[in-house]
Design a protein around this ligand. Structure first.
Ligand code: UVW
Length: 354
């Protein structure tokens, strides 16, 4: 395969696992890291790290995203269960006793607890070195040819045909799913140190917290950041006060160059948080129009430049409290996304075992 790029973005590690790699730093979750995770299992207790997938609910936190809508499989106005026989069989034999229900769901894959694949965000960057910026993703995969074209063959028949159906022919979530996602995780409890106020946590503050809690992040660790945001959201019982939520909770400071450098140098395998974006999203500042920059710099740094998948809106509060009470911060994390070819994100029901 021809080299996809003549120049890689500054601060990136394209090609670290080969020019065609689509899994990024999850490659660092080696069999040894899985065994390290298993060694953290001492009590056999498990925690579900997912919100119910219909949370946030109400007004979406992200206007692009739609909440799950479930549909029964209907025939003649009745679901299969109501009809009392299994109508998927060729002969609708009234003597058959099977009662079957199927259902269908329509939702944004990144509505609630989710993984972002490496196809989720790219950047406008001149990878060819010809002076023209194109839309590029990790390892130089292109928008249009590799990722997110609204493909002619994707126009679905039926009621949802008006939704464009992008598809990641490269970097899709299946590249993460097909290896499973299981390894040693480390929980960093920002909420304990900062409370639930809105604060962008940079390198200095993070190092202070790691030191105070005696935490060492090592190569291949899956790093979970507890801010308390998902717990606040859950307490709103599917009627989120979006204005309040936008003013609450900490997140990593994507504008702190030393923090970004640490993320790369420590060689963590993925970054996960219980807030909507891992980083604290700062509204675009129009006064800076003309200066080319990302709105989500940590997304750019992780997904686009360094192949670090992000987990968002996980539910970490119970686990954080349990670990703190025992002066622990590591656990075995099992969190495979859906193996859905071409998807740019996925709901996930992660499990922590301690
Ligand atoms: C965006 O909305 C860009 O993404 P995320 O859900 O990853 O924060």
């Amino acid at each position: 395969m021809p080299q996809r790029w003549q120049q890689a973005p500054p601060g990136s590690h394209w090609g670290e696992f080969g020019p065609d790699d689509q899994r990024g730093r999850l490659n660092l979750v080696t069999p040894e890291k899985v065994l390290q995770g298993v060694a953290e299992v001492r009590e056999g207790r498990t925690f579900c790290l997912s919100l119910p997938l219909d949370v946030p609910g109400g007004q979406s936190l992200n206007r692009r995203r739609i909440a799950p809508r479930r549909f029964a499989v209907i025939r003649d106005g009745q679901s299969a269960g109501q009809q009392g026989f299994c109508w998927s069989y060729d002969s609708e034999d009234p003597d058959l006793t099977d009662v079957v229900n199927d259902d269908v769901v329509l939702m944004s894959l990144q509505y609630s607890t989710q993984w972002d694949s490496l196809a989720h965000m790219g950047s406008r960057f001149d990878a060819d070195g010809d002076g023209v910026a194109e839309m590029v993703f990790y390892n130089g995969f292109r928008a249009g040819s590799d990722i997110l074209p609204a493909r002619a063959d994707a126009a679905a028949a039926g009621t949802f045909a008006h939704y464009p159906q992008p598809r990641a022919d490269a970097l899709g979530i299946e590249h993460i799913a097909e290896h499973g996602v299981q390894g040693r995780a480390v929980l960093v409890d920002l909420a304990h140190h900062i409370g639930r106020r809105r604060e962008a946590v940079g390198y200095d503050a993070l190092m202070r917290i790691l030191e105070a809690d005696g935490i060492q992040v090592e190569c291949g660790d899956l790093v979970c950041i507890h801010t308390g945001f998902a717990d606040t959201l859950l307490s709103m019982n599917r009627q989120p006060d979006v204005a309040y939520l936008h003013e609450t909770g900490s997140g990593l400071d994507g504008n702190d160059a030393r923090l970004l450098q640490w993320i790369v140098d420590v060689r963590l395998a993925s970054l996960i948080a219980d807030n909507p974006a891992v980083e604290l999203v700062v509204p675009s500042v129009r006064a800076h129009a003309g200066i080319r920059r990302p709105r989500l710099p940590l997304h750019e740094h992780c997904l686009f430049k360094n192949g670090i998948p992000l987990g968002e809106l996980w539910y970490l509060t119970e686990l954080a409290q349990w670990l703190r009470a025992r002066k622990r911060h590591r656990f075995l994390l099992t969190a495979p996304p859906l193996r859905l070819p071409g998807a740019v994100g996925s709901p996930v029901t992660p499990v922590a075992t301690v």
